[in-house]
Design a protein around this ligand. Structure first.
Ligand SMILES: Nc1ncnc2c1ncn2[C@@H]1O[C@H](COP(=O)(O)OP(=O)(O)O)[C@@H](O)[C@H]1O
Ligand SMILES: CC(=O)OP(=O)(O)O
Ligand SMILES: [Mg+2]
Length: 618
């Protein structure tokens, strides 16, 4: 890594000396650093990107520029000296710079548009493959249809620098888009050597949702963008049999794996996932429980906390007091925190809150019209949830739209087992559909969403006969249980699998599924309409996320159809296609506001927050 940096383009430097003389000059700048870290810091700040890794490489090739000539000799794009992998600070996009010998001068070249993680990395063969963002896996290489729509975007090295000859000095041989780059590391260099100096630690990010537990593993240094090395999840906890998915370094190891019946609930699921990670011999970064340095936990209700907290006894007990305000989540998550405290002795536990993103909601939006004495004494207000996801969505969508985060206006929909909507104004939460608890707003897998509050009193009695006698059968905590655990899709249709509910081929035999589907579309559109007015029509995009938002093209189509009156226009082919990137565009080209899908990543967002907080590293 460089301890000297020279900028060949003159830089304008303005400064005032102690005796008041103003200098304002164009100079050729040369920096000399005493540490590698400060060199990395400056390079990152100049680019607005974090350095993830760097490698000394022998040769670089692509699917269009074959690595071997007909005689078996290695022939790539040219002789490369050093390659650096960057991640944008405001989005999930990756960039590559490499030094190549161009006309006897080492120059730095930039390639952007890469997938979020290096897809294939083979340390034994000293090779790495980087997929191009938006390139469809398995599609015909010569097709360039869909350019500019964001769904079949492919990289052309020559597109970005049309006048740039190949690094080896020859003119471009092909102008076709490429789908991946292959990189052969130098023999002289250990692939890991680049990052060792940065003191990487292993971070585990745990997301206990109401129907799933997702655990991702990252390596990161303080202030660096985390690099995912594995992701695992148990899903379908409310629609048994639960399923296991395990992906190591971008390679699917297990998909739809059967989960033992004994895995009953979020804590069992976490134990299963931890064992899967530790027992995987191909994941040397986490060979034993001692290897985990930081565990960040998604805690749905964080009360007034506006930042992640290191879990100490005080925090733990404070959070325990909030358990009743997120009955499907907080107790399970704290159970997992307790497991980690007991079984991962070397780890620091950090609580990241779903509610923290919503701490910017203004008073007149978050206040309930009740006695303000009681409200402030009992802290009764709108808190809002799914905030870790909304923070990720905001940054990813802003990056996709090419806007700074603090200028982007979005209506975001996180539609999973729990579902919510959020009005995001200038990158910050302005309103959201969940409230004091995650029960309010949209219906979910087992939740009713908003109903007339008096409904609970009539649930077990005849309408009009409300009296202490008629409600004594129904204790208020039982009512809470019914609305949280025995309502929603489960009550309406008997299943919590929204894939089944959205399957129109089954509606004839199961009319309740159609009712549930139409009801959901109605409630979602009602929030979008309301937030459209809240944001005064000043919206860059409507973003779909969460298990249903990401996977159900039919739900997106039905919502977009009803919202056409507000100017949203869906591109049916893009909606059905699915691009596989972090954000993809499903709107008609050129129409504003855009319609986007975001593969939200709450685990990454938590790991990123932890990597930025110095107190979790010292
Ligand atoms: N192909 C699909 N089509 C529609 N919905 C789906 C599909 N696959 C999963 N889902 C739904 O996504 C939801 C889970 O979303 P997710 O955000 O992962 O859950 P959690 O709320 O537990 O975090 C479930 O309701 C599930 O039925
Ligand atoms: C807050 C909430 O409902 O979360 P999830 O959708 O993960 O259950
Ligand atoms: Mg979730």
């Amino acid at each position: 890594m460089e301890l000297y940096l020279t900028f060949l383009e003159p830089h304008r430097i303005r400064y005032t000396t102690a005796d008041g003389v103003l200098h304002d000059d164009y100079v050729e700048v040369k920096y000399e650093f005493t540490t590698i870290e400060s060199s990395i810091q400056l390079q990152g700040d100049l680019r607005g990107r974090d350095l993830i890794d760097w490698f000394d490489v022998d040769v670089i090739w692509s699917d269009q520029h074959r690595r071997q000539d007909p005689y078996g000799n290695v022939r790539g794009l040219g002789t490369i000296q050093r390659m650096k992998l960057w991640r944008d600070r405001y989005s999930t996009f990756h960039y590559l710079t490499f030094y190549a010998n161009h006309r006897r001068r080492w120059k730095e070249y930039l390639l952007d548009d890469f997938d979020r993680e290096p897809r294939r990395r083979d340390d034994a063969r000293r090779q790495l493959q980087l997929g191009v963002r938006g390139a469809r896996r398995g599609s015909a290489p010569e097709s360039s249809q869909g350019h500019g729509h964001g769904r079949e975007r492919r990289l052309s090295i020559f597109r970005h620098r049309p006048s740039t000859p190949l690094p080896n000095g020859n003119p471009p041989q092909s102008t076709g888009d490429i789908r991946y780059l292959g990189i052969q590391f130098s023999r002289n260099n250990n692939i890991q050597s680049g990052t060792d100096a940065c003191m990487k630690k292993v971070i585990l990010a745990v997301n206990a949702g109401s129907s799933s537990v997702k655990v991702s593993v990252y390596t990161a240094g303080f202030g660096q963008s985390p690099v995912q090395i594995a992701e695992s999840q148990v899903s379908g906890l409310t629609a048994p049999p639960a399923k296991l998915k395990y992906v190591r370094r971008g390679q699917v190891v297990t998909k739809d794996g059967d989960v033992d019946e004994k895995v009953n609930g979020q804590q069992d699921a976490f134990n299963l996932l931890l064992d899967t990670l530790i027992n995987d011999h191909d994941l040397p970064e986490i060979e034993s429980r001692e290897d985990v340095a930081i565990v960040c936990h998604r805690i749905v209700h964080g009360g007034d906390y506006a930042k992640p907290q290191l879990v100490a006894d005080g925090t733990y007990h404070h959070l325990e007091n909030l358990n009743d305000l997120a009955p499907l989540h907080n107790a399970n998550s704290l159970g997992i925190v307790r497991l980690c405290i007991d079984s991962l002795p070397g780890a620091r536990n950090v609580a990241c809150f779903d509610s923290q993103f919503h701490s910017t909601i203004p008073d007149h939006v978050r206040t309930y019209p009740i006695s303000q004495d009681i409200a402030s004494k009992n802290r009764l207000r709108k808190y809002g949830f799914h905030g870790i996801s909304y923070a990720f969505i905001t940054r990813a969508a802003a990056g996709f739209l090419g806007k700074p985060v603090d200028e982007v206006n979005l209506i975001a929909l996180h539609l999973g087992s729990g579902a919510s909507a959020c009005a995001i104004k200038a990158g910050k939460s302005w309103d959201t559909s969940m409230g004091l608890t995650p029960l309010a707003g949209l219906p979910g897998a087992t939740r009713s969403g908003s109903v007339d509050p008096s409904l609970v009193f009539h649930y077990a009695s005849d309408v009009g006969k409300l009296s202490p006698a008629s409600t004594k059968e129904l204790h208020i905590s039982r009512a809470e249980e019914i609305l949280n655990k025995e309502a929603g899709w489960k009550a309406l249709t008997g299943t919590t699998n929204f894939g089944l509910i959205a399957d129109a081929d089954t509606w004839r035999d199961h009319p309740a599924r159609r009712l549930a589907f139409d009801l959901f579309v109605d409630r979602v559109c009602a929030f979008v309409g309301s937030y459209y007015v809240t944001l005064r029509g000043n919206i860059d995009a409507l973003v779909f996320a969460g298990g249903i938002g990401e996977k159900s093209a039919r739900l997106r189509a039905a919502v977009a159809d009803q919202l056409a009156c507000l100017g949203f226009q869906l591109d049916a082919a893009a909606n059905e296609g699915g691009d596989g990137g972090v954000v993809w565009d499903v709107g008609k080209p050129g129409v504003v506001p855009r319609l986007l899908v975001c593969q939200t990543d709450e685990q990454f967002e938590m790991a990123r927050m932890c990597a930025e907080e110095e107190q979790f590293w010292s």
